[in-house]
Design a protein around this ligand. Structure first.
Ligand code: SIN
Length: 280
């Protein structure tokens, strides 16, 4: 696909395109923005290199796509409640948390999209991978698609991460985690509200059970789906440099940061956009 106002270079056969010819620190006119939005819907993740953004410019670019959804769970950049500060030195203590996910799928209104900006990149490692959940759905057999179409997934962070919290921080922190993050239900297959395409909407970090199935059936089905979604044919991988920005659609992708860069430091700022529409 080609665009008039910038160049888009695909990153893999599945998804992702590097956009050349735009300076995100500058206001983007409406025609260019409309084309960029289309490029994002076409490619699912857009990548920009060598951007020099202040926190205000990062927020201004991202909020062209909707209202910010400040992170209630992860530390923010001092003075900027819209910017999640992701200093992966801290993450090294929570290595098991880094698994494939769609941002905040454990909430009733998962985030629509996220813009991750690299402040400090490791000399090696720390890449991020994304998977195309349209392709994951479309490559299932028709009987399997029909079966999944009627199912409901329970997303529950506490069931998955709770044991680690309990062990590390004790029962009080576990209870507060439980109170703040009740389980939520989403369809296993959702229809993207802008493209009208169907995609899978489960992920190994936050999807705990399939409501209509027995525990054994649910466990086996989720294991199959979680493996199916992230096969090489459905993914792209991005190598970060200082000043890189990735902007992705959480409704039809899952992603994972790869924790292979210790003892180097990796510092990222992330702005997420709220989705006023529940997955359906
Ligand atoms: C995330 O999981 O939202 C961020 C991924 C990354 O740090 O690469």
């Amino acid at each position: 696909m080609s665009y008039e106002n910038f160049e888009a270079r695909p990153l893999s056969g599945a998804l992702g395109a590097e956009i050349n010819g735009l300076d995100l620190s500058q206001p983007i006119d409406d025609a260019t923005f409309a084309e960029l939005r289309q490029a994002w819907l076409d490619n699912l993740v857009l990548f920009f290199r060598n951007q020099e953004l202040t926190p205000e410019q990062h927020i201004a670019f991202t909020t062209r796509f909707g209202d910010s959804d400040p992170s209630a769970f992860i530390p923010t950049l001092p003075g900027y409640e819209d910017i999640r500060l992701q200093d992966m030195e801290d993450y090294s203590n929570l290595g098991s948390d880094i698994n494939w996910h769609s941002d905040n799928s454990f909430t009733e209104y998962p985030q629509k999209c996220s813009a991750l900006y690299s402040i400090q990149a490791p000399r090696k490692g720390g890449d991020t991978v994304w998977a195309n959940m349209y392709l994951a759905y479309e490559h299932l057999s028709e009987p399997m698609q029909r079966f999944l179409d009627g199912l409901t997934a329970i997303h529950d962070l506490v069931e998955i991460m709770g044991p680690g919290i309990l062990k590390r921080y004790g029962p009080e922190r576990w209870q507060s985690f439980r109170d703040r993050t009740p389980p939520v239900e989403h369809p296993v297959v959702r229809t993207h509200p802008e493209t009208g395409r169907k995609c899978l909407f489960v992920n190994p970090l936050m999807t705990w059970r399939i409501k209509e199935l027995s525990e054994a059936e649910s466990t086996n089905l989720l294991e199959f789906l979680n493996n199916h979604c992230v096969q090489e044919e459905f993914v792209c991988r991005f190598r970060w440099e200082k000043g890189s920005l990735a902007f992705w659609d959480n409704r039809c992708t899952i992603h994972r940061g790869i924790a292979d860069f210790y003892t180097e430091r990796r510092v990222m700022h992330r702005v997420a956009i709220a989705d006023p529409v529940r997955p359906a």
